[in-house]
Design a protein around this ligand. Structure first.
Ligand code: RB5
Length: 141
């Protein structure tokens, strides 16, 4: 069964909670932590934790949040089956799905406003991979 996981470090915690609250009626999110913003944690721990879950099923997706979105995407993309996209505009979010079949969206809580983050997540899940010529390119990653 398809699952959508979400995780953050301390810097992304508040945005993670906001997203969970806003999306609770629309999608079933499995929260993998962190559990507060006051204890400083290491973002790779949460990136790897989430990616190990996402890569178990082709239909799984993930949302990772840190301060910039950069560290989470770097760590996530170490996983063979993960195509993590650092999303900051609706256009680059859409392209990450259309052309790259991204399965993890990473967000920077210090650079992206709360409502923009919601919009990016909406675009991410509404956009389907185009396949075709992009298939062979994605396989070469
Ligand atoms: C934490 O201060 C910050 O470095 C982290 O959230 C992230 O932005 C790393 O890429």
């Amino acid at each position: 069964m398809k699952k959508i996981y979400i995780a953050s470090d301390h810097a992304g915690y508040k945005l993670k909670e906001f997203i969970k609250k806003k999306l609770i009626k629309k999608i079933n999110l499995v929260d993998l932590g962190t559990d507060n913003s006051s204890i400083s944690v290491n973002y790779p721990f949460f990136a790897h934790k989430l990616c190990r879950k996402v890569e178990k099923n082709d239909k799984n997706y993930g949302i990772l949040i840190c301060g910039s979105g950069l560290g989470m995407s770097m760590a996530a993309n170490r996983h063979k089956k993960i195509r993590a996209a650092l999303c900051y505009t609706t256009k680059n979010t859409k392209l990450s799905r259309l052309h790259n079949n991204s399965n993890v969206i990473t967000l920077g809580s210090r650079l992206t406003k709360k409502n923009s983050a919601l919009k990016l997540i909406d675009v991410f899940f509404k956009t389907k991979f185009e396949g075709g010529r992009h298939n062979k390119r994605v396989k070469k990653i």
